[in-house]
Write a protein that binds this ligand. Structure first.
Ligand code: AHR
Length: 325
């Protein structure tokens, strides 16, 4: 009897996993008119990404949606394969967060030829014809870079130059890395006290952020005043490297990063991170609305922005309980 019950439980689990498409467990059955969405995610490189995936999976559920979810493990080739497979399956709408900006023209043309509308989430693409996608919902990364630089300038009031900055970039060729670098430089270049002495990619991960910061510290010794990290995860990795080098993160080296994830608020509370610029990953509900509109053939804005702020150490304690990611 126990054996039979065990097998039945296994069977149920397998059926539920298959139904979810996102691998999140059981849900209501998809309705007759459910929109089938193929979603290709960048990967699981950061706290931000985990929250973003959760938000998408929670929003694209039955009975309105059937979700086919694919994780590209930060590789463009995997994303292109996933998009081709969605096209072959004849999904209703494709949504994806592109790992990098370039190299999408061919596969997006294939989607267009198959009459499958494409919604970009979080990151932009650089294509020859903007009609290859319906809309993009995501943050203004250039403005995030500017906000980080404005914080550095405000934090350096009364200090003489040279103020030496190191920069941990996100994934090479990705929209957030390109745009945050541009926005930061645009503002910081206006103040002659600042010099960006090193700038290298840490691929948006804690492990790479730590490794690259170790190399920066080796090369620059005590000559680093400020760290600008393109995301909180790399900043948290770098904080570890700074401590291991016998320096005080947040004090000896002032640190600003981007995202505003819970880990950043904890680091700010501990006095190790000075500020974080918010980048909201909870795009799922807005994405679901956009997909509904696009699928119904209605006009949608080409660009949908997300509202965000900047948080500093003195706000960390009060804000931490309110954080949803
Ligand atoms: O595209 C958004 C960026 O990607 C986030 O800032 C980063 O944490 C993520 O990996």
């Amino acid at each position: 009897m126990r054996k039979i019950l065990g097998m039945a439980a296994l069977l149920c689990a397998a059926v539920l996993a298959g139904c979810s498409g996102g691998g999140e467990g059981g849900q209501a059955a998809a309705g007759e008119d459910a929109i089938t969405v193929g979603f290709s995610q960048v990967g699981a490189e950061s706290e931000w990404r985990t929250a973003n995936t959760r938000s998408v999976k929670e929003a694209l559920v039955a009975p309105d949606f059937t979700l086919r979810f694919s994780d590209a493990q930060q590789k463009q080739e995997n994303q292109i394969k996933a998009l081709r497979s969605f096209i072959a399956q004849g999904v209703d709408v494709i949504a994806f967060s592109p790992v990098v900006e370039t190299g999408w023209d061919t596969v997006l043309r294939e989607a267009k030829a198959a009459n499958i509308p494409v919604v970009l989430t979080d990151r932009a693409v650089n294509v020859s014809d903007d009609a290859l996608y319906a809309t993009l919902i995501g943050s203004d990364f250039v403005e995030e870079g500017r906000r980080a630089a404005r914080w550095v300038i405000e934090d350096s009031q009364g200090k003489d130059g040279p103020i030496r900055i190191v920069e941990l970039q996100g994934t090479v060729g990705s929209a957030p890395a390109n745009d945050r670098m541009r926005g930061f430089k645009e503002v910081i270049d206006g103040d002659s006290r600042f010099e960006i002495v090193r700038s290298q990619s840490g691929d948006f991960t804690r492990a790479r952020g730590k490794e690259v910061m170790e190399a920066f510290l080796k090369a620059e010794g005590d000559g680093i005043d400020v760290l600008f990290a393109h995301n909180d995860d790399m900043a948290i990795g770098a904080i570890q490297a700074i401590e291991e080098a016998g320096r005080k993160p947040g004090t000896d080296i002032r640190i600003v990063s981007i995202d505003g994830v819970r880990g950043a608020f904890e680091a700010m509370k501990a006095g190790k991170l000075n500020a974080t610029v918010e980048c909201n990953p909870l795009l799922g509900p807005q994405l679901a609305d956009l997909i509904r509109e696009v699928h119904a053939g209605r006009e949608v804005p080409k660009r949908v922005m997300v509202e965000e702020g900047v948080f500093t150490q003195d706000q960390a304690d009060a804000e931490l309980p309110n954080r949803k990611y």
